[in-house]
Ligand binder design. Structure first.
Ligand code: LLP
Length: 418
């Protein structure tokens, strides 16, 4: 897990004291370190591209803040998008359509039309989607998502590649669906699979690559030559203090070796979301209340599962520290809980913390991926701010929502007024 420096007992983030950031922008606030974001992109791109032509399609579902998208656009990234909203956000951030690939599931005809009209390549998820797309436009470059029969992830809820999954073309239908696409006149470019999210071992990635390679070669025997293999995302990051990183350099060497040795495919596409953005960001939240409930002690903070849902939704571990008592000796164990009216509203369970007090700044680590992007208005709480830090300076990249904005699309029928 990435850790930070303390200065006079205050945690430093992107060259700033977390207490200064919290004071200037309020809490809760997501804070992203621009330098780390650029470094993460460069590191994964560098590891793979030294062996073969590689395109990194950042999975923007992890975080679609426009400033973050701009930075990745500048770095040369492509995009994995799953909705018309994501596609349009990326266009707004300066990506050209040819750098975006759309991989949706259960996509409506309206969305298929909107995405293809924008000139974005579609990764087709089912035989039915193919037929529906053909009626819209069959003169398009496309790729297919297959169900590889290999799944991996930090929770069952995020495993997508296992046999029987709702995602992709099942093995028995793959060749005939590609042949059908050829018959319909599509320009077939590639093959895609995504095993799931947050894996920290390399085997599932090499396993899925074997399936992709085998299928690519079967397609070749059937007269279909592919330009790229897209092996999805899913590379995990360590969330716990003693957890080890995956050796991405070694993974890059073995995967590219497999593709170059066993196929004629020249381009490899990867869709990392978490790997690029996760450890660039911390969530700062303020301690509002400290409670000793006898059998348990609580630190009550101003961020709940409306702000960060991963612990409540997946039982995910996020490391927490008290930013203004950084490196101080821990005094007892606490649950860190939020303001949402449900007992499942927690950020952390049983964490040793140094004498928490009202006003302390609690720092939640590794919140760049699926943090803000999964936040909600539950309990009518406004979405929070996002800040970008770079070289000791902080800039607002999303203001907090006004309560009034939660009403902007609601209507009270005339008959209920008065
Ligand atoms: N490509 C496809 C087709 C995907 O569905 C996903 C993630 C990715 C790439 C990026 O996966 P990553 O590199 O970020 O693992 N909300 C969950 C994670 C859901 C991931 C969904 N698909 C979480 O908070 O852990």
């Amino acid at each position: 897990m990435r850790d930070y420096e303390g200065r006079d007992g205050i945690m430093q983030f992107g060259g700033m004291s977390v207490t200064d950031i919290a004071e200037e922008f309020g809490t809760p606030v997501y804070v992203t370190d621009e330098a780390r974001l650029r470094e993460n992109y460069r590191s994964i791109y560098g590891e793979f591209s030294k062996y073969m032509d590689t395109k990194i399609h950042y999975a923007c579902k992890a975080n679609t803040n426009l400033a973050i998208l701009r930075i990745l656009e500048q770095e040369g990234s492509g995009i994995d998008a799953v909705s018309i909203g994501e596609v349009m956000s990326c266009l707004k951030a300066g990506f050209t359509p040819d750098r975006i690939m759309y991989t949706g599931v259960n996509v409506s005809n309206e969305e298929l039309k909107a995405v293809s009209d924008l000139g974005v390549m579609i990764n087709v998820d089912s035989a039915s989607e193919l037929e529906r797309l053909a009626k819209i436009n069959s003169d398009l470059p496309i790729s297919f998502r297959i169900t590889p029969g290999v799944g991996s992830g930090h929770s069952d809820k995020v495993i997508t590649g296992a046999k029987g999954s709702k995602f992709g073309i099942p093995e028995k239908d793959i060749i005939k669906t590609y042949l059908r696409a050829k018959e319909l006149g599509f320009d077939i470019k590639g093959i895609h699979a995504h095993i799931g999210s947050g894996g920290l071992v390399s085997e599932p990635f090499t396993d899925v690559m074997e399936v992709l390679i085998r299928t690519t070669n079967e397609l070749k025997d059937n007269g279909i030559d592919l330009e790229f293999i897209d092996m999805g995302g899913g590379i995990g990051v360590p969330y716990r203090p003693n957890e080890l990183e995956m050796d991405v350099g070694e993974l890059a060497m073995s995967l590219t070796d497999m593709v170059l040795e066993e196929t004629d495919v020249k381009t490899l596409i990867l869709e990392p979301g978490r790997y690029i953005i996760c450890d660039t960001t911390v969530l700062l939240t303020k301690c509002i209340d400290v409670k000793d409930a006898g059998v348990k002690k609580y630190v009550g903070v101003d961020a709940g599962f409306n702000t960060l849902v991963r612990p409540a939704m997946y039982d995910s571990y996020h490391h927490v520290a008290i930013g203004n008592k950084f490196g101080k000796a821990c005094t007892a164990k606490y649950d860190v809980v939020g303001p949402i009216c449900e007992s499942g509203d927690y950020l952390a369970h049983d964490r040793a913390l140094p004498d928490p007090e009202e006003g302390d700044i609690v720092v939640v680590y590794n919140t760049g991926a699926y943090g803000f992007s999964m936040s909600s208005n539950y309990n009518s709480r406004p979405l929070c701010r996002e800040v970008l830090v770079n070289g000791g300076k902080a800039e607002l990249i999303r203001d907090s929502e006004l309560i009034e904005e939660q009403w902007r699309h609601q209507r009270i029928p005339e008959r209920l007024i008065g």
